[in-house]
Each structure stands twice: as structure tokens, then as C-alpha cells.
Design a binder for this molecule. Structure first.
Ligand SMILES: Nc1ncnc2c1ncn2[C@@H]1O[C@H](COP(=O)(O)OP(=O)(O)OP(=O)(O)O)[C@@H](O)[C@H]1O
Ligand SMILES: [Mg+2]
Length: 387
């Protein structure tokens, strides 16, 4: 997949621009606060219909303007296409068009244009909280399977409803017991589907991460350590042991997960009412990351953790391509080059050959470590000039 051109109007600090990208490496460089990340954000916005920064939609619109528009012209191996998003400041007030035809639901735009974003926050994928790792799965899977996003949206809605019901149960237990089964049954169905999709995805990621990590770390002390990325649902350790899933979820079916969630959602009401929230389900999942069997969070060196995070991000691209007839997504690297040492950069260069990368850095020389065919784009106060 190649992003050929981005056309923007009143998005962030960009009044109006049209930027043509090279199908190879594109380096957006310039001082702080000029609009480098804003352009990456605009590209990402046409892939996922939302920002990767914790922004309210209205904040994407240039100050004192009514609407922001981003139009992405891109191509895959078959044809040239366009995706445009115009926002007036809210999900309900957004117009998405694919090749000029309106798309009504967010889930219907997923996967049309795919990206892999790697930003400084992702360096905490190993050390940070589980919400980062859940988001890693959600962003990748939503782009691969629109049905995943639709299920996740239903799940999030159901969780809100069930949690609200749990809060009223303190005073109205009978009403709660009468209403809860209906919500829990729907919730268990979505949870079972999402659990299986996450499990399959992390299994594919694990295979790729092992290959990438070993190639990347080959030259280092500790480079022969073997990573293992595994999916950690809230099905309960004892149950997993009993069912033979102690070391691997191989063989888990959606029906088994459904039965288990049905049980978990019905058996812990007292505790759930006391805490005021649903205790079991995919909103509490995690991804376990180990090196030679030990938690990477506790034992891996800083460098190994960075390599693992980078490997997980690259693996996201590889798995995405595998699932989509070999068509690679576009890689967006925001400010991460300066965080990587020379060996990891060199590895990145070798891996990015033949793929499209759009990256940001302050320094115009940031890509001068072996990257060829680099298009330098100078960013200044929301304007973009090819050098
Ligand atoms: N809605 C908006 N309207 C106008 N300007 C905005 C809006 N949102 C953000 N900005 C401005 O955009 C600029 C930040 O742009 P961006 O995050 O792309 O910077 P950057 O070039 O990536 O900088 P850094 O090197 O620090 O990461 C800031 O000056 C900010 O005030
Ligand atoms: Mg930035």
C-alpha cells in the first residue's frame, strides 16, 4: 500500500496543503511544534477515523474554523483509491468517503487503507500498563477485521450498561438479578468472539516477533534469548490448568470461552457489586511478554525492551501483509529514530527497504544512516516543502 498524496484543509495547524509522498522513505523534519506529527496524524486519521493522540475530535479542527478535511490518495497493487474524512467536531458529525462514495459506519472504513504507527509511547509496550497492550491488539485487529471492531463496539456498550446496572444493585438487588442475565449473555458472546480473535492474532505476532528479535539482536550480548508473546485472557488460572491451557491456549474454541464467560459473569455478583464493575472479560485482558521464560518487564534490559517493542510493531506490519494478500501497510514512525541505537536503526533500514515509511524527526540528517531513496520534507508552521 502506498500513500501517494495527502490533501488537508484546516486540520490542526495546517490551513491548507497538498503533500506528495515517495513510495520509499519520507522524512518530515523541522523544529518542534511545526506540524510534523500533525501530518502523520492526518494520514492515520484516514486509516482509522480517529487520532492516535488522546484528542477530542473537535481539537483536530484548526482553531477558529468549522471543519477539517483530510483526503488521502493511495494505491495498492490493483488500483488507485481515495479516502476522505471531513469532521465538524464529533463522531456524529463526520463525513467519510471512499472513492467519493459515502461510508456510514466507522467499521466500514477499516482496512481500506492500513497503517502501522510506531511512536515513543510504544516503547513502553513492555513496561507500561495492560491498556497499552490491549490498544495494540485493538488497533491492529480493527484494521484487519471490520467484524472485530463492530464486536468491540458492542462489547464496550454492553460493559457500560452492565456496570451501570451493578451500581444500582446495591439498592435494587432484585431488579439487578432479573435484568443482568440478558446483558451478561450478550456480553459473554462478544467476549468469546473477541478472545478467540485476540488469541489467534497474538499467536501470529509471536511467530514474527521471534524471527525479528533474533535477527535484530543477533550481534548483541543476550541476543540469543528467546521471546514469547502470549495472550492472557481473564478465564482464570485454575480453569485454564484444569482444561490443559496452562502453558498454551492451543485448542481453545469460541464455544468453550463462551461457556466460561457465562459462568464467570454469573458467579461473582457479590464481588462485582462491591467493586461496582465487571471483573471478567476482554476489557481486563493482557499480553504476556517473556524472554527465556522470564517476564521481560522485570528482567529484560532497556535495550532488549526497546528491541521487543520495535519487533512487536514490525510484526504488526508483517502479519497485516500476510492477512491481506501480501499488501504491506504504510509505516508511520513518529520521533522514534532518535530513541534507537545504531544497530537497531540499521536493522530498521534493512527491513524498510521496498516499503513505504513516513517518519518525523527534528534533524534533516535523521535518515542518514544507510537509508536510500529518502524524500526530505521540510516542515514549517504547518507548511510542507519537498527539498
Ligand atoms: N486545532 C489546532 N489548531 C491550530 N493549531 C493546532 C491545533 N492543534 C494543535 N495545534 C498546534 O500544532 C502544533 C504542534 O504540531 P505537531 O504536534 O505536529 O508538532 P511537531 O512538529 O511534531 O513537534 P515536535 O517536534 O515537538 O513533536 C502546536 O504548535 C500546536 O499548538
Ligand atoms: Mg511531533
Amino acid at each position: 500500500m502506498i500513500c501517494q498524496k495527502i490533501k488537508i484543509q484546516n486540520f490542526r495547524n495546517v490551513a491548507s496543503c497538498e503533500v506528495e509522498f515517495s513510495p520509499h522513505v519520507n522524512l518530515l523534519y523541522g523544529d518542534n511544534a511545526q506540524g510534523k506529527t500533525n501530518l502523520l496524524e492526518a494520514v492515520y486519521y484516514t486509516a482509522l477515523g480517529k487520532s492516535f493522540r488522546p484528542a477530542k475530535e473537535a481539537e483536530l479542527i484548526r482553531h477558529d474554523c468549522d471543519a477539517a478535511t483530510v483526503e488521502n490518495t493511495f494505491s495498492d497493487s490493483i488500483r488507485e483509491q481515495t479516502l476522505s474524512v471531513q469532521t465538524f467536531g464529533g463522531k456524529a458529525k463526520r463525513i467519510v468517503k471512499h472513492n467519493g462514495v459515502k461510508i456510514d459506519k466507522l467499521s466500514d472504513m477499516m482496512g481500506i487503507f492500513r497503517v502501522v504507527l510506531f511512536c515513543p509511547e510504544h516503547l513502553s509496550l513492555i513496561q507500561g500498563g495492560p491498556d497499552l497492550r490491549r490498544s495494540y491488539m485493538n488497533v491492529a485487529l480493527s484494521q484487519l477485521k471490520p467484524a472485530y471492531l463492530r464486536s468491540l463496539q458492542r462489547y464496550n456498550h454492553l460493559i457500560k450498561e452492565r456496570n451501570a446496572l451493578l451500581k444500582t444493585a446495591v439498592d435494587q438487588r432484585a431488579v439487578f438479578e432479573a435484568t443482568e442475565p440478558m446483558w451478561s449473555e450478550q456480553l459473554a458472546k462478544e467476549a468469546a468472539y473477541l478472545t478467540l480473535k485476540r488469541y489467534e492474532y497474538i499467536k501470529a505476532i509471536n511467530e514474527q516477533v521471534r524471527i525479528i528479535f533474533s535477527a535484530m539482536m543477533g550481534k548483541y550480548e543476550g541476543g540469543d534469548e528467546v521471546p514469547e508473546i502470549s495472550y492472557l485472557p481473564t478465564l482464570g488460572m485454575e480453569w485454564m490448568k484444569r482444561e490443559g491451557f496452562e502453558t498454551s491456549l492451543e485448542g481453545l474454541t469460541e464455544e468453550m470461552a463462551l461457556e466460561r464467560y457465562r459462568h464467570l459473569l454469573s458467579a461473582h455478583h457479590d464481588r462485582e457489586i462491591a467493586t461496582g464493575g465487571t471483573l471478567y472479560g476482554i476489557h481486563r485482558d493482557d499480553v504476556k511478554i517473556t524472554l527465556n521464560g522470564r517476564p521481560a518487564r522485570l528482567y529484560a534490559s532497556q535495550g532488549q525492551q526497546r528491541s521487543l517493542a520495535l519487533a512487536m510493531k514490525l510484526a504488526e506490519g508483517w502479519v497485516s501483509a500476510k492477512e491481506c494478500d501480501g499488501e504491506m501497510p504504510v509505516f508511520l514512525f513518529d520521533d522514534v529514530l532518535s530513541e534507537l541505537d545504531v544497530h537497531r536503526r540499521e536493522y530498521l533500514v534493512s527491513e524498510m527497504t521496498g516499503r513505504q515509511v513516513i517518519m518525523t524527526a527534528c534533524d534533516p540528517d535523521a535518515a542518514d544512516f544507510g537509508m536510500s531513496q529518502v524524500r526530505h520534507i521540510k516542515v514549517e508552521r504547518g507548511t510542507y516543502e519537498i527539498k
